[in-house]
Design a protein around this ligand. Structure first.
Ligand SMILES: Nc1nc2c(ncn2[C@@H]2O[C@H](COP(=O)(O)OP(=O)(O)OP(=O)(O)O)[C@@H](O)[C@H]2O)c(=O)[nH]1
Ligand SMILES: [Mg+2]
Length: 248
């Protein structure tokens, strides 16, 4: 992992070590920094979890590569659910508040976090965002993570469930290539299904790969533009939300 964000940086390929280049296999100082980052994050994640439980909030962490459709799907989801329960959104991007503006147009509360050079949201920043947002009790919170299929998986935010969104334009091999994200997720949404006729993407193969990494992962097919799969996805959210107010 790199000391900055906790992401894996050790080269995966095997190579000879007769050369003298400068990289750190198992440098104990670096490992200590990495462990400190993750254990500090864990402490804040537990605080967030306590806050969620105390206020009967259900938080969902949406993670994917850049552009797989997180915000577009979230907008459709908010439109479908906002009359049933209060909703707030935390948006994570390196720069801009473009996604927050799109979400704000639906009428729900939203707070944009810009991570600068950071490539993921962490529990500490999310805790501050929760303070600012002050979400209503018995509500849903969506946390749209920074577009990145690697680092966000390592950072517990105290959420109720992680959801990975993979669009059909990205290739069915992603669960095998980026396994941590799929291992952590409770649900994989295969998005942009409307584009399936135009791309080479094997849905069954992708589902099989995801199940190999995480036998418990649930899988749904969606299209944010045609709304395919929107109802089952919203039902899943309401079923998974831990408080009775939403499931009644
Ligand atoms: N055809 C099609 N396009 C989609 C779908 N979902 C999103 N898009 C398009 O994909 C592009 C990216 O969508 P976003 O919702 O911004 O993706 P994102 O995951 O939020 O992107 P980042 O926040 O930058 O990581 C936009 O042009 C959307 O209109 C879908 O289901 N089908
Ligand atoms: Mg987005």
């Amino acid at each position: 992992m790199c000391g900055y964000c906790g992401c894996e940086s050790t080269p995966m390929h095997q190579h000879e070590h007769g050369h003298t280049h400068d990289h750190h296999h198992g440098d104990p100082r670096l490992i200590q920094i990495e462990q400190d980052i993750l254990s500090e994050n864990q402490r804040f994640a537990e605080q967030n979890r306590l806050y969620f439980n105390k206020n009967n909030l259900s938080a969902f962490n949406l993670m994917s590569s850049p552009g797989s459709g997180k915000t577009t799907l979230l907008i459709e989801t908010i439109k479908a659910l906002k009359d049933r329960c209060p909703i707030s959104v935390i948006e994570g991007d390196q720069q801009t508040d473009l996604d927050a503006q799109r979400i704000a147009a639906t009428g729900v509360s939203v707070l944009q976090i810009n991570t600068g050079k950071g490539c993921h949201l962490d529990a500490h920043r999310v805790g501050h965002a929760l303070n600012d947002l002050a979400p209503a009790k018995n509500s849903l919170i969506f946390i749209e993570n920074v577009g990145n299929l690697v680092c966000p998986a390592l950072f517990d935010l105290g959420e109720q469930a992680k959801i990975v969104i993979l669009s059909v334009t990205e290739g069915e091999d992603k669960p095998l290539k980026y396994p941590h994200m799929f291992a952590e997720a409770s649900l994989m949404l295969i998005n942009k299904m409307d584009l399936l006729p135009y791309v080479s993407f094997n849905v069954a193969q992708c589902s099989d790969y995801a199940k190999r990494i995480n036998p418990k992962i649930e899988i749904m097919q969606t299209s944010a533009t045609t709304q395919q799969g929107l109802l089952p996805w919203c039902d899943w959210l309401l079923k998974t939300a831990h408080h009775a107010a939403l499931t009644a």
